[in-house]
Design a protein around this ligand. Structure first.
Ligand SMILES: *Cc1c(COP(=O)(O)O)cnc(C)c1O
Length: 473
């Protein structure tokens, strides 16, 4: 007897003879698996959930193995309880504070914990928020600087036509976006062999009455190096004494702001430095949460202009929100709170220290190899970079080594340094929780083997095409 089929038993293959045993067929023999689905048009009809799952699953399988990806800063491992929470909370929308007041309360607690980690002077007079990542957090930090500058200039009856932001050419791309999208002139401070990071050198040449602020990076993406926030602040003190200009600092601590508080507690880079008015971090980098969460905190409420806050009604009360996004996942915020409870300060210290130890083990071994020179050692954030010793070989470069390692499954990118040093190619390793010493030793063995192979060539490596552009960011 034929019974009407529920919708999900239909397939998009209208010409396909459906028989009652369809759902008993092996998943790989079903239409959709055995035959091809259109790639750039929505299929006309539905597929079985198992079939659709298998297709997406199989295609995603061709992505790299995240654990062997030493290019990304973003978390690729969380424990089982975190995964369980993630699945339970997958439907929560962060913006829906009415429906999810508990998640909203946890968000509030979490950024306050972060403010405390960064030594905010007055816990009663500070403000912060979660974001989708550091990029959004940087946009908000930059915007607050701009608005603050505008308000001050307006009050003085001065022009607000030409705001500028002073930053190193080695900033992450989100700052270029900020300047582009929010119409602020970037004042690029070049990097050089002597000044690989923004350190205050010649800062007076870049700062003027239209400067909305200076960006200091804690954990340059190219090398992992910290920009010395205290030295930059001292230079700005000098500039203020000489010119009267009072220029503040936003710290882009996308990675370092979740490492320094635990592993370099004596380094003063945060709100202990008076000129620092706001700080961002990526919860999904060394905050140890899966992708989709960042944080930004302001020194005090005065530094976040009221004009940036939207007041939504919340359980009959007032819920201030500030964000570029409206809807976004709430689960990652819960996961951040979970990690804070799970690990505590001591747990974070141990996890980050383990990564620092592995990074320094790798950098010291790689630094010993003939032909390599370290640019950084992985003693700030667990990230380091090296270059080929000039004159070592004409037969291969770091792009070739990167390609060779890729054949073994490792993603170890080579890329040109920032603008002013773009003719220098470097190679970088980002150590994250999950790269054990054991795995690191396997990587080292593969790397040594590939260097040996490349060094044994008696002719240049053929370059079929331009080297693939890899992300330094
Ligand atoms: C990763 C990174 C960013 C961007 O952060 P997302 O969380 O990926 O948006 C900004 N600045 C620095 C220094 C970074 O390392």
């Amino acid at each position: 007897m034929r019974v009407p089929r529920p919708l999900h038993h239909l397939t998009h293959h209208s010409d396909e003879e459906l028989d009652d045993s369809l759902e008993l067929r092996s998943v790989f023999l079903r239409p959709g698996e055995a035959s091809e689905l259109p790639k750039y048009k929505m299929p006309a009809g539905p597929s079985l959930p198992e079939t659709a799952y298998q297709i997406v699953h199989d295609e995603a399988m061709l992505d790299g193995n995240a654990r062997l990806n030493l290019a990304t800063f973003v978390s690729t491992w969380m424990d089982d309880e975190a995964k369980k929470l993630y699945v339970e909370a997958a439907d929560k929308n962060m913006i829906d504070k009415d429906e999810y007041p508990a998640t909203a309360a946890i968000e509030d607690r979490t950024w306050r914990m972060i403010a405390d980690l960064w030594n905010v002077p007055d816990p009663q007079d500070t403000i912060g928020t979660s974001t989708i990542g550091s990029s959004e957090a940087c946009m908000l930090g930059g915007l607050a600087l701009k608005r603050h500058w505008q308000a001050k200039r307006k009050a003085e009856g001065k022009s607000i036509e030409k705001p500028n932001l002073v930053l190193s050419t080695a900033v992450q791309v989100c700052w270029e976006k900020f300047c582009n999208y929010f119409e602020v002139e970037p004042r690029w401070v070049p990097i050089s062999e002597e000044h690989l990071v923004l350190d205050g050198y010649e800062l007076e040449k870049y700062v003027d009455e239209n400067t909305i602020g200076v960006v200091a990076i804690m954990g340059q993406t190219y090398t992992g190096m910290y920009e010395p926030v205290k030295e930059i602040a001292a230079k700005l003190d000098q500039i203020q004494a000489d010119t009267g200009l009072d220029v503040k600092i936003h710290v882009d601590g996308a990675s370092g702001a979740m490492v320094a508080p635990f592993c370099q507690p004596d380094l003063e880079w945060d709100f202990r430095v008076e000129r620092v008015v706001s700080i961002n971090t990526s919860g999904h980098k060394y905050g140890l949460v899966y992708p989709g969460v960042g944080w930004v905190v302001w020194r005090n409420t005065e530094r976040l202009p009221e004009s940036m806050i939207f007041h939504c009604s919340y359980l009959g009360g007032d819920m201030p929100t500030l964000a570029l996004n409206f809807s976004r996942p709430g689960a990652q915020v819960l996961l951040q709170y979970y990690q804070f409870l799970r690990l505590g300060r001591e747990g974070y210290r141990q996890v980050q220290q383990e990564s620092l130890d592995v990074a320094q083990f790798l950098s010291s071994e790689i630094g010993k190899l003939d032909g390599f020179e370290l640019i950084s050692r992985g003693d700030t954030i667990p990230v380091f970079a090296w270059r080929l010793t000039p004159g070592h070989t004409k037969n291969w470069d770091l792009n070739d080594l990167s390609d060779r390692l890729r054949m073994k499954g490792w993603l170890v990118p080579a890329y040109p340094m920032a603008d002013d040093m773009a003719d220098l190619t470097v190679q970088r390793i980002v150590v994250r929780s999950g790269l054990s010493l054991d795995l690191a030793k396997k990587l080292l063995r593969d790397l040594k083997g590939e260097v040996e192979f490349l060094d044994s060539l008696d002719a240049p490596m053929p370059h079929a095409a331009e080297p693939t552009q890899q992300f330094a960011h």
